[in-house]
Design a protein around this ligand. Sequence first.
Ligand SMILES: [Fe+2]
Length: 268
Amino acid sequence: MKVLVFWDVYWRVGRGGIKKELPGLIKKHKPDFIIANIENITSGRGPIEKHVLEIEDLGVDVMTGWDHFLDNLQSIYDYLEKTDSKLIRPANFYEQSYYKIPGKWYKIVEKNWKKLLVIHLIANTFMKFDVYNPFLKVQEILKSLENEKFDGIFIDFHKETTSEWYGMAYLLDGKASFVFGTHTHIQTNDELILPQWTWLISDVWMNGPLYSVIWADFESVKKRFLTWLGWKIEQNLWNDYVVNGVCVEIWDHWKCETIEKIRIRSKL
Ligand SMILES: [Fe+2]
């Protein structure tokens, strides 16, 4: 079983890059499933429904939304509530009775006689939400699904700190196929297979503008850094993009055999 995973499809340039590159990557890798993270897809913020549908049309099976997923809540509320919604939210928001938080905590996708589970969690440290303990939540979800058999279990852990990240990855060794970190927007070179056959990688950058400070124009960011004043951050106007992802191959039940990094630099 093969799964393509793409991190953070960022803004107009990220959408354009993934639209241009994905057909070729599908032809080359022949994935059973595709996962994409889209927290900054709409002008550097959370998705509107139109952009979710654009990514769905490319053949993506699961999308995750991270800490920005509620930025355009009105636009995606109904989509999140659909039974066949491909966008899932972090599993560990506190559930409460005052306002319903829309969306699913995890997604099970069945295709090509294969069954994939994707869980999306958000860390505590330096993130803008106060969330339920992600270490407890992931174990609770896995326990609730212990009678189901999966061909692959993928965990997207959205985090800021390396310590929390590695703690999560080691906690899930032997329980998940692939644990991948997101949010820090820098490609790490630490892909590793743990003793009990779980692969990890701390972060694989993003799909978005190549010559940018994450996504922003450097000159506008420079004013902020030199003055500490709240100058408006402008979008980067270059059309050069980078498409980043990983092709994960699983041979034996949920155990992940290989991961191959994908990095393409080109122009819209
Ligand atoms: Fe984030």
